[in-house]
Design a protein around this ligand. Structure first.
Ligand SMILES: CC(C)(COP(=O)(O)OP(=O)(O)OC[C@H]1O[C@@H](n2cnc3c(N)ncnc32)[C@H](O)[C@@H]1OP(=O)(O)O)[C@@H](O)C(=O)NCCC(=O)NCCS
Length: 168
């Protein structure tokens, strides 16, 4: 049976207690920290909810950020104005419940982040992520993210490129 998901802003009605992605720090974040970050306006959190049972299949966080223009490869910047920093949107955390892994929930979360970033009133040049390890880096590279030269665990995806890749 194919998944029937809705991706929406985290709310009090969502059951965060059963979420388990195999990385305790990411489970704990959803249970204990995400709502506080939303209230303090430092990060938003979006959850993919299985419409069949109300289970949170995955989540990601989104916050405004910026990247120094000097951290980007020249081929990305040659047609841009020489502003010292460029606006970006940070996916700070992203995780999929173990029961839902391998079913494209991670991809759906990235596409949702891209769509929300495109719809936001302030412009942003790229999505950026901080991957927790090499494995996570491979997942993001698979989705077109490019590592920053300064740190292979930080990656960016120019939004214009992403819109072409994902046809959004
Ligand atoms: C990494 C994670 C988010 C992937 O989510 P998922 O829903 O299982 O992945 P998807 O099914 O959407 O995979 C989409 C594509 O990425 C690939 N992929 C998934 N995980 C990958 C990995 N670790 N390395 C390389 N490719 C990966 C899949 O093979 C798939 O490719 P395909 O389109 O050719 O079939 C998930 O396994 C997870 O939550 N892990 C624990 C937490 C974590 O590592 N978070 C990373 C952010 S720090």
């Amino acid at each position: 049976m194919s998944l029937n998901l809705i991706i929406e802003a985290l709310a009090g009605s969502h059951d965060r207690s059963a979420f388990s992605c195999g990385v305790p720090v990411l489970d704990r974040y959803l249970r204990e920290q995400a709502n506080q970050d939303i209230k303090r306006r430092v990060s938003n959190c979006f959850v993919a909810v299985d419409r069949n049972n109300g289970v949170i299949a995955g989540y990601y966080t989104l916050a405004a950020s910026s990247v120094p223009i000097t951290s980007l490869p020249e081929d990305q910047t040659k047609r841009l104005p020489r502003y010292p920093t460029l606006p970006a949107i940070l996916i700070g955390r992203l995780a999929v419940h173990t029961l839902y892994q391998g079913q494209r929930v991670g991809s759906a979360l990235i596409i949702d982040a891209l769509q929300r970033s495109t719809r936001a009133a302030p412009a942003s040049f790229a999505l950026i992520v901080d991957a927790k390890d090499e494995q996570a880096t491979a997942f993001y590279r698979k989705h077109g993210f490019i590592p920053f030269e300064s740190s292979q665990l930080s990656l960016f995806l120019p939004i214009a490129t992403a819109l072409k890749l994902f046809g959004s």
